[in-house]
Design a protein. Structure first.
Ligand code: NAD
Length: 257
């Protein structure tokens, strides 16, 4: 018998071509899962990021790419059908796709607000809604949502993002209650500053903001996608069987002040 922690499991990871989703997909594949990589693009967003497909090939994982926008309900249904057709079902849904813009409320264009809410919150709701049927018949059903430290506390210049991630944190707790009797674990991750494309521009160009982020992070470095993937693996594995409705901070102490 395989000693891999996700042997025989099927995972669908949204936004898996870049950043945190890329690392989660690669880690789950290395731990024996078959992975549906669901994203609006195939290539990673940063030049120095390794392709998720190369990473999955390197560990000999089974995978399928589906071009999927989490704001498109039909595309979500198609992606879930791919999981069923190619791998026989679904055990783990990782709602990772997300976008971030910086603005205070009074200067946020309503299109920007709508876009953030559509991807970050409505996308999580829709993918969860349609995955639940498969997760109910799985013996290892898990939903892992990407919230944020900004889904637990406020953050400057991030009104729409904070609203969306606050929604993700509480949707996580709500889903955990409704599906506990089906033994589906529903948890979230709340990363702090993780070095990905989402914040690369500010890290590279805004010294003041970079200094603020460093000062707010007690741990002497920012996080990596692998830090978050390690926590996701715990939430996807049998070791978190009795953990549900939890928002796990992976933030180097940002919210410990
Ligand atoms: P990223 O920009 O590196 O990667 C996001 C991925 O999502 C990309 O591959 C992108 O193509 C995909 N995506 C974007 N919109 C999509 C859509 N509509 N449908 C499907 N895929 C879509 O970002 P990241 O930093 O890896 O962020 C991953 C998640 O973690 C997000 O939900 C983000 O809000 C959250 N998060 C990130 C940080 C951080 O510091 N990087 C902190 C807290 C939370």
């Amino acid at each position: 018998m395989s000693d891999k922690r996700l042997a025989g499991r099927v995972a669908l990871v949204t936004g898996a071509s870049s950043g945190i989703g890329n690392a989660i997909a690669a880690k789950f594949g290395a731990e024996g899962a078959s992975v549906v990589v669901a994203d609006i693009r195939r290539e990673p967003k940063l030049e120095d990021e390794q392709s998720v497909f190369d990473r999955l090939d390197a560990v000999g994982a089974d995978y399928e790419f589906v071009e999927m926008d989490v704001t498109d309900e039909d595309a979500i249904i198609d992606a879930l059908e791919t999981a069923q057709a190619e791998f026989g079902g679904l055990d783990i849904l990782v709602n990772n796709a997300g976008i971030y813009f910086q603005n205070q409320a009074h200067e946020t264009p309503i299109d920007e607000y709508d876009a953030i809410m559509d991807v970050n919150l409505r996308g999580v709701f829709l993918a969860s809604k349609h995955a639940l049927e498969s997760l109910k018949v799985s013996d290892h059903g898990k939903i892992i949502n990407l919230s944020s430290i900004y889904g637990l506390v406020g953050g400057p210049n991030s009104a729409a993002y904070c609203a969306s991630k606050g929604g993700v944190s509480n949707l996580t707790r709500q889903l955990a209650l409704d599906y506990a009797s089906d033994e589906i674990n529903v948890n979230a991750l709340a990363p702090g500053i993780i070095e990905t494309a989402q914040n690369a521009e500010w890290r590279e160009t805004d010294e003041e903001l970079l200094a603020d982020w460093q000062a707010s992070t007690p741990w002497p470095r920012f996080g990596t996608p692998e830090d978050v993937a390690d926590a996701a693996l715990f939430l996807a594995s049998d070791e978190s069987e009795f953990v549900t409705g939890h928002v796990l901070r992976v933030d180097g102490g940002w919210t410990a002040w």
